[in-house]
Structure formats: structure tokens, C-alpha cells
Design a protein around this ligand. Structure first.
Ligand code: AMP
Length: 214
């Protein structure tokens, strides 16, 4: 299965993708995670990307498309994958379609996880991630048992640099102006399904699975 997860920052794409990995045994490909790794490794690509990420802007298409091309060339993608955070604009979507058509392996589905704008801010400001196992928490909705510590592995939790309120507002603006048009893009291709991203993680996951199974 080759799936694109669409949705605003904070819609829960990453959380659902992690559950899909377990269920379907296919990798999550998150351009945000790949870029954050490049930043923490201090690579030249990471240094270039950081200046955009810190401002809540999109990293240039050339950079992310290069990363995706390389990642999709790896062996673990043969059975399928979940794209999370890519494509982010129409140019990226068109390039992806060309790339996958050339390989004879087009996308199966674009699944949009819809969350009202007023919920997104709280979801994003409350978001914490384990710096070891990447388990995600939210201090308002799904806090860890012990403040700042991962339930699963006992490591420290961190807040992403771009989950600060001012950057979040910019990211939401960028989403509306650049990424939201992808809903129409995939709808026109007859590939779009939408589900509500409100409710418990498990409730949303069953809607995700039902949409995939149809
Ligand atoms: P995310 O973890 O998906 O919210 O991404 C965090 C940041 O990484 C975004 O705000 C962008 O600066 C950058 N980024 C991630 N994916 C892309 C993409 N497909 N195109 C451009 N920039 C991206």
C-alpha cells in the first residue's frame, strides 16, 4: 500500500502513521523527521533546512524532493509506505506522481485527517516527543505518567523547536496557503478520502483503517 497522509500540522498524522507501521509492516516516511535528523546531525543540508524550519516555512522543494527520491529508492519501500508531511504543495505532488508513474508504482490513496483549526494550536503547543523512542504525548490530552518522562522507555521528553506559538501560527498559515490545495488535487484524481481527526487516538485509528480497507 502506498499512502499519503494529509492534514494540518497537529492533525495527528505522525501518531496514526506509527500505528499503521505496526499494523501493515510498512515504513513511515516523514520528511519532517528526516530533516530534523539532518539538523541534529549537523549536516550541511540540516543547516540549510533549519533556517526555514525555525521560521515555520517550507524547506525548498529541490531539497525535500531529493530526500524523498533517495528514501523511496531504499529496499524497505518495496511493499509500500506511508508518506507523512510530503507532498506539501502542488509542485511536490506533481513531481511525486511523475516519479512514481515512471516506476510503475502509483499512489493508492491520499487520506486526509481533518481537525478544526481551533483545536490545532492546543495540540501543537502541548505536544512532547521522547528523544529516544519517538513516542508522542500531549500535556493536555495524553500526558505521560511522570512529567517530562517517557512511559515506554524512561527517557526525557522534548518540545520541538517549531512547536512554539509564533512558529505554529506561521506553520498553520503555510498549511492553508500551500498544502490545503492538495485536497482538491487528489480529489480530482479520485484518490482522496477524508476522515475526522477528532476523538481518541484509537477511534481515529479505526476510521483510518476503515478508509484504507474500502
Ligand atoms: P513536520 O514535522 O512535517 O511538521 O515538518 C516540520 C518542518 O519541516 C516544516 O515546518 C517544514 O519547515 C519542513 N518540512 C517537512 N516536510 C516538508 C516538505 N515536504 N516540504 C518542505 N518543507 C518540509
Amino acid at each position: 500500500m502506498r499512502l499519503v497522509l494529509l492534514g494540518a500540522p497537529g492533525a495527528g498524522k505522525g501518531t496514526q502513521a506509527k500505528k499503521l507501521i505496526e499494523k501493515y509492516g510498512i515504513p513511515q516516511i516523514s520528511t519532517g523527521d528526516i530533516l530534523r535528523k539532518a539538523v541534529s546531525d549537523g549536516t550541511s543540508l540540516g543547516k540549510e533546512a533549519k533556517s526555514y524550519m525555525d521560521k515555520g516555512e517550507l524547506v525548498p522543494d529541490k531539497v525535500v524532493i531529493g530526500l524523498i527520491e533517495e528514501r523511496l529508492g531504499q529496499n524497505d519501500t518495496k511493499k509500500g509506505y506511508i508518506l507523512d508531511g510530503f507532498p506539501r504543495n502542488t509542485a511536490q505532488a506533481e513531481t511525486l506522481d511523475r516519479m512514481l508513474n515512471d516506476l510503475g508504482m502509483p499512489l493508492d490513496l491520499a487520506l486526509s485527517v481533518d481537525v478544526p483549526k481551533e483545536d490545532l494550536l492546543k495540540r501543537l503547543t502541548g505536544r512532547r516527543t521522547c528523544n529516544n523512542c519517538q513516542q508522542m504525548y500531549n500535556v493536555y490530552y495524553s500526558p505521560p505518567k511522570k512529567n517530562g518522562i517517557c512511559d515506554k522507555c524512561g527517557s526525557e521528553l522534548f518540545q520541538r523547536d517549531d512547536d512554539k506559538e509564533e512558529t505554529i501560527r506561521k506553520r498553520l498559515d503555510v498549511y492553508e496557503s500551500q498544502t490545503l490545495p492538495l485536497i482538491d488535487y487528489y480529489k480530482k484524481k479520485g484518490m482522496l478520502k477524508s476522515i475526522s481527526g477528532t476523538g481518541s487516538i484509537e477511534e481515529i485509528f479505526s476510521k483510518v483503517c476503515a478508509a484504507i480497507a474500502k
